[in-house]
Design a protein around this ligand. Structure first.
Ligand code: ZN
Length: 203
C-alpha cells in the first residue's frame, strides 16, 4: 500500500506558506511505514524542531487503475476520511531551498495519520464536505472540499497517469490554512462533517 499526497491544493494554504500557485498538482509519496498505528501516540522525531499538522480529506482506493478518466474516477473509491500529513517544516524548508526531494520531512515513520473511513454514500456531495482539526479542543484548521483547486476525481485522474493505483492505496488531498507546530501533550482530533474520525496524542 502506498500513500499519494497532494501539495498546494488550497489557495489559502499556498498563501500562508508563501508558495507559488502550481499549474498542475504537486505530488509526493509516503511509504506504508509512515502510517501511524491505531491507538499509538505521535512521537515528535528528534530531527525536527517544528513538526506541523496538516489535516486533509483522504480517499481509499478500492480498485486497480491506471490512466483513469476523471469522469470514471468515482468508481475507484467508496470510502473517505480525514488524516494528518505531519510535516517537519524546518527540514522541508531546508530541502526546498536546495531543490531536494521532501521525503525526509514528509514521509518519516508515523507521519501519516489515517482516520476511520466512512462510506462516501453517506454524504450528499463530495464537493462540499466540511472538515476540521481540533488541538486541545480548540479548532485550529477548518476546510471544505469546495476550496480545493483540484477535486478528488481530478486528482485520481492526474495521479493515475504516473502511478498505478492499487486496492488500499490512500490519497491525501492537501491541507487548508492553519498548519501549526505540535507540542508534547497536544491532543489532535479530526472531524469530517462533524463526525470525529481520529484522536491522536502528541509525545
Ligand atoms: Zn499535506
Amino acid at each position: 500500500m502506498k500513500i499519494i499526497c497532494i501539495g498546494r491544493n488550497y489557495a489559502n494554504h499556498i498563501e500562508e506558506l508563501e508558495n507559488e500557485r502550481p499549474s498542475e498538482p504537486v505530488i509526493f509519496i509516503k511509504p506504508d511505514s509512515s502510517v501511524l498505528l491505531k491507538q499509538h501516540p505521535f512521537v515528535i522525531p528528534e530531527f525536527s524542531e517544528n513538526v506541523q499538522h496538516e489535516v486533509e480529506l483522504i480517499v481509499k482506493i478500492n480498485k486497480v487503475g491506471k490512466y483513469i478518466d476523471a469522469k470514471f474516477a468515482h468508481k475507484y473509491y467508496d470510502e473517505i476520511s480525514v488524516g494528518i500529513d505531519f510535516t517537519a517544516r524546518d527540514l522541508q524548508n531546508k530541502l526546498k531551498e536546495k531543490g531536494l526531494p521532501w521525503e525526509k520531512a514528509k514521509a518519516f515513520d508515523g507521519s501519516a495519520v489515517i482516520g476511520d473511513f466512512l462510506p462516501k454514500a453517506q454524504f450528499s456531495s463530495l464537493e462540499n464536505l466540511t472538515f476540521e482539526l481540533k488541538n486541545n479542543n480548540q479548532t485550529v484548521q477548518e476546510g471544505n472540499a469546495n476550496m480545493m483547486l483540484w477535486k478528488i476525481d481530478e486528482l485520481i485522474a492526474y495521479v493515475s497517469q504516473y502511478f498505478t493505483l492499487k486496492i488500499g492505496d490512500i490519497i491525501f488531498t492537501g491541507t487548508p490554512k492553519g498548519v501549526a507546530r505540535v507540542q508534547p501533550n497536544d491532543v489532535l482530533e479530526g472531524y469530517l462533517e462533524g463526525q470525529k474520525l481520529f484522536r491522536i496524542q502528541i509525545k
